[in-house]
Write a protein that binds this ligand. Structure first.
Ligand code: MN
Length: 239
């Protein structure tokens, strides 16, 4: 076998675990994302807001390429947009291949390796134009450098997610703050729903959706994201 082009390098996210070597990394296979997973964010986007668990319908999924990951926090302002938006999100790292078939909600936590905090950066103008025409969201969501992410903390070290706070400051000012208790679909429910559509495997990441308060980022802006008690992510937008 002889590759006719150089093999792409696989993104590897640092892992910060109490019982792991300091140079531990998590190789990324796929990135799944959940849309409209906080009611207040669905409302601010003008989408229908579920009023009960029975009224949730199905979650909204989309994907980013694995090489959209940014590890050093440095995000060049993307081409093709005049409205780059921040969406701070819980990121779930899958540590084991799912068994064949649909994953039971009760078995889902066993697949989780750990957690991080990340940004689902969005070219909101392109996403809005696609939505208006009933077209796919790829140009709005799946672009280069669209997924800055923190180091991953093993679930065993992180403890229960519970009602932890997810927050984002831009230039020191709080823009987004939400409780994981307000997720429309929690982590086991999302893994169950994903398994109805895709074969989840070790190395997959799931961006769990953003709380209200999304807004624009400009060149020069600094961002500080936090998943309380677990992970932080700092970075900035370059011209
Ligand atoms: Mn999002």
């Amino acid at each position: 076998m002889s590759d006719v082009v150089p093999a792409p390098s696989q993104p590897r996210i640092p892992v910060r675990g109490q019982n792991l070597p300091a140079d531990s990394t998590f190789p990324v296979r796929r990135i799944y994302c959940v849309g409209r997973n906080f009611a207040e964010h669905a409302r601010e986007m003008g989408a229908a807001v579920p009023t009960s668990a029975a009224d949730r319908g199905s979650p909204v999924f989309f994907c980013k390429p694995a090489d959209a990951i940014v590890l050093d926090g440095v995000v060049p302002y993307p081409r093709g947009t005049r409205d780059l938006h921040h969406e701070v999100e819980l990121v779930v790292a899958i540590g084991r291949d799912a068994p064949a078939g649909v994953l039971d909600v009760a078995d889902a936590d066993a697949l989780v390796f750990g957690y991080a905090v990340g940004l689902d950066l969005t070219r909101r103008d392109l996403q809005g134009a696609a939505k208006a025409k009933g077209l796919p969201w790829d140009t709005g969501k799946a672009f280069d450098h669209s997924a800055p992410v923190s180091a991953i903390v093993p679930a065993a070290d992180a403890g229960a997610l519970g009602a932890r706070t997810l927050s984002l400051k831009v230039n020191g000012e709080t823009r987004q703050q939400g409780s994981l208790a307000d997720l429309v679909w929690n982590v086991p429910e999302i893994l169950h729903e994903l398994s109805r559509l895709f074969a989840l495997r070790a190395g997959d990441l799931v961006f769990m959706g953003t709380p209200a308060g999304v807004g624009p980022l400009q060149p020069g802006d600094r961002f500080d994201a936090e998943l309380a008690g677990i992970a932080t992510l700092q970075g900035h937008i370059t011209a």
